[in-house]
Design a protein around this ligand. Structure first.
Ligand code: QAP
Ligand code: CO
Length: 167
């Protein structure tokens, strides 16, 4: 087991588009384990491989308080979406920043699990929001990019300043 380093916005590597996983082997299973460990340690509910500088299509998620519902999405694709909802989102790559994002209310996602089994999931509520947030990461998009340019510039300046002070 290992804790992975989480890239912090505005790191340009967060804009890398992930490639599909060709084969679910020991390397991917280790990546999944390490991503869960890293997410739980940081008290997150979702983490995309992009955020730990691995540019392959892997997401882990657990919306529970007691780590009882770990979910793995490999090569996920949203095949249906409808409705509209807003939520005050945050992100482990944008620590301490929360703002309102509008997304689809319901999504249907197709993906592989950690054993390579294909599954389809219909989600709403926080799960649907989390799926869309994490799939954005795989496409190189961070939630702040849903906000106005003014807000993005303010967030960038704030995080750069914070990162400079931590040198
Ligand atoms: C994405 O976000 C998400 O700023 C997952 O200091 C967010 O796990 C999906 C976190 C909202 C749906 C709704 C953020 C932890 C965790 C922080 C996270 C922080 C500590 C964010
Ligand atoms: Co995020």
């Amino acid at each position: 087991m290992a804790l992975l380093n989480i890239l912090q916005y505005p790191d340009e590597r967060l804009h890398t588009v992930a490639r599909p996983v060709a084969k679910i082997d020991g390397r991917i299973q280790t990546l999944v384990k390490d991503m869960f460990e890293t997410m739980y340690e940081s008290r997150g509910i979702g983490l995309a491989a992009t955020q730990v500088d691995v540019h392959e299509s892997v997401v882990v998620m657990d919306l529970t308080e007691d780590k009882s519902e770990p979910r793995v999405f490999i090569n996920p694709v949203i095949i249906e979406k409808d409705g509209e909802t807003t939520y005050e989102e945050g992100c482990l790559s944008v620590p301490g920043i929360y703002d309102t994002v509008t997304r689809a209310e319901r999504v249907k996602v197709e993906a592989l699990d950690e054993k390579g089994e294909k599954f389809t999931l219909e989600a709403d509520g926080l799960l649907a929001i989390c799926i869309q947030h994490e799939l954005d990461h795989l496409m190189g998009k961070v939630f702040v990019e849903h906000l106005s340019q003014l807000k993005q510039n303010r967030i960038k300046a704030k995080l750069k300043k914070r990162q400079k002070h931590n040198l």
